[in-house]
Design a protein around this ligand. Structure first.
Ligand code: SAM
Length: 223
């Protein structure tokens, strides 16, 4: 457990049963980890300080931290079972460059990671379409607050352009998300650019990824 976790008393209780193997497995994380890692290696500075929001099972965190041993990775997720799985993955891999996961809901005004800032990179994989629009607003606001002046917000997932899906399968996925929760759904890149601008970020790169996904890189512009 990292020094910052001491400020979060509930963590001690959440992770009491640390010896049990509580790892969860995500088929999509298993598939997309390698292609996302290839992009990460180009974006993250050698000794970078990374914050991941919506870390899910924790498989990305340990995969990327293991492949880039000089970086420091701070995973987070508001879901307790995800945090338990992530800690279990960290323990299983024996990594010392991944902190214990924090409870961060990006909709919160403060994320509680101010003592660890600034971050070189904030990463959010497959989160903003499976959360209300408020989470997108909170994510960009947090990136504007917490990134270092030349920092980058990296988003991975399926996106729309001008309200148009890139492939029918993403349109069907969007419909299924909205059927589960009307506030969910694929986001327009143009809408993200507008939200980014309000937080001092700009879209600096759009990278096509396997399975009709994209990586979007937003850079902070601060003097
Ligand atoms: C589809 S899962 C993706 C998990 C992981 N990033 C992956 O790709 O395997 C979405 C994750 O976002 C998290 N999430 C949902 N709403 C959130 C919010 N408001 N703030 C931060 N994370 C959130 C969920 O708890 C969940 O773990």
């Amino acid at each position: 457990m990292n020094e910052f976790s001491d400020n979060h008393q509930p963590l001690a209780l959440e992770y009491r049963d640390q010896d049990a193997d509580k790892r969860m497995f995500s088929p999509s994380a298993a598939r997309n980890s390698a292609p996302i890692l290839a992009i990460m290696k180009q974006v993250i500075p050698k000794q970078g300080n990374v914050l991941e929001v919506g870390c899910g099972t924790g498989e990305h965190a340990v995969c990327f931290a293991e492949a880039m041993p000089d970086i420091t990775w701070q995973p987070s997720d508001p879901d307790l079972s995800s945090r338990v799985s992530t800690l279990s993955w960290i323990t299983f891999k024996g990594l010392n460059n991944v902190h214990a996961p924090l409870d961060i809901d990006v909709c919160s005004k403060e994320w509680g990671v101010e003592p660890l800032m600034p971050f070189d990179v904030i990463v959010s994989i497959n989160m903003i379409h499976i959360a209300p629009w408020q989470a997108t607003l909170g994510l960009f606001a947090g990136a504007g607050r917490l990134l270092r002046p030349d920092g980058v917000l990296l988003l991975y997932g399926p996106f729309m352009r001008n309200g148009i899906h890139n492939v029918p399968s993403n349109e069907a996925f969007d419909e299924s998300l909205k059927a589960s929760n009307p506030s969910w759904g694929l986001r327009n890149i143009e809408d993200l650019e507008r939200v980014a601008e309000a937080s001092g970020l700009r879209l600096s790169d759009t990278i096509e990824m396997p399975a009709n996904n994209n990586v979007l890189l937003f850079s902070l512009r601060r003097s």
